[in-house]
Design a protein around this ligand. Structure first.
Ligand code: ZN
Length: 340
């Protein structure tokens, strides 16, 4: 019980990409870059295992960004035709590519890193993909003319890659849907339907990650505007609880999420964020155990998976590594106290 995992991403070593940045430019090209990505993937698998992380990921070392790593393999998108768009309900502006034709995958997206990771760890392996609603919220559209139609088109492509990842030996496929915390009404009307379509037919464990984002300033300002109790989850959890998705990953450490809301996820595995990604201060095992123990009032131990609040990608490598260790040690401490 209390098996540990992470939201997904980890920082890239400085020989792979510029450190401490989202969208960090790659160092190297061609086969040199491909080899560096493989080495970084293996390095983080080892560090996760050594830290006592039970369900590991590739650390997203082969993609520059969690959304655009997927979009790069999608045909029907004009990447030269970038337009400025307010995303996550205008929380920040980004230059985004434009959908100009019918969407289809040009080939496999994550085969290399999934197979590499599978070959080099005996732990359970999780793989992350962006969710359809978040994809729709991160791209301009001149072709489908309808958000729902575009989301369903993306869901079909995600499903194609997810089934292939399952065949590669991946144990858990997680869809990242930060947009679920922004467009709460649309989650119920079509977001969840698109998500289930992306996960259709999968036999492996399925998960959705929702959060309040990386520790960038726009997100910190947004969180500060949300008041003393963050109740966004109150609307989305009942919809997720009624869905076919197995696991829900969310932010709890240093968050103003009332933990009683976790009760709304009854019947689901809950990936409880016990590591803050918005500060470089490394949690103590005691602090990690305290969040786990608080969540245990609402989630049974066999359904509670201690996790990070979100991806660790923008952090310094050493800080992220220390946070992994804190996560492993904190979960171990909580297990001991439970007598497990
Ligand atoms: Zn997140």
């Amino acid at each position: 019980m209390l098996r540990t995992t992470i939201a997904g991403s980890l920082p890239k070593p400085e020989w792979l990409a510029e450190p401490n940045k989202l969208w960090a430019p790659w160092k190297g090209t061609g086969e040199t870059l491909a080899a560096a990505k493989r080495d970084a993937t293996l390095l983080w698998l080892k560090r996760q295992e050594d830290a006592g992380i039970d369900i590991v990921t590739d650390g997203e070392q082969s993609r520059q960004h969690f959304v655009h790593g997927f979009l790069e393999r999608v045909e029907g998108i004009d990447f030269d035709n970038k337009v400025e768009m307010g995303i996550r309900n205008d929380r920040y502006k980004a230059m985004v590519p434009t959908v100009t034709g019918a969407l289809r995958l040009s080939g496999r997206v994550h085969e290399t890193e999934a197979r590499l990771a599978r070959a080099h760890t005996g732990n359970k392996l999780k793989f992350t993909l962006p969710g359809p609603m978040t994809l729709v919220d991160t791209i301009a559209d001149q072709y489908y003319g309808d958000k729902v139609a575009l989301a369903m088109a993306f869901a079909d492509l995600l499903n194609q890659e997810a089934r292939a990842l399952e065949a590669d030996g991946v144990d858990t496929i997680q869809f990242d849907e930060p947009a679920f915390n922004v467009y709460m009404n649309e989650v119920a009307t079509w977001g969840i339907q698109a998500l289930e379509r992306a996960a259709a037919g999968l036999q492996c464990t399925t998960a959705v990650h929702i959060c309040y984002g990386y520790g960038i300033q726009a997100n910190i300002d947004w969180k500060n505007s949300l008041g003393t109790e963050w109740s966004q989850y109150e609307q989305t959890f009942p919809v997720l609880a009624a869905s076919s998705i197995n696991q829900v990953s969310l932010e709890c450490r240093n968050a103003r999420v009332p933990l009683r809301l976790l009760k709304l996820l009854e019947g689901k595995d809950v990936l409880v964020g016990v590591i803050d990604v918005a500060t470089e201060v490394v949690e103590t095992p005691e602090q990690v155990a305290a969040v786990i123990e608080a969540a245990l009032a609402y989630v049974p131990a066999d359904r509670l998976f201690p996790c990070t609040n979100c991806g660790l990608a923008p952090m310094p490598v050493d800080v992220a590594a220390a946070k992994l260790v804190a996560l492993g040690q904190g979960a171990e401490l909580a297990r001991k106290r439970l007598g497990a």
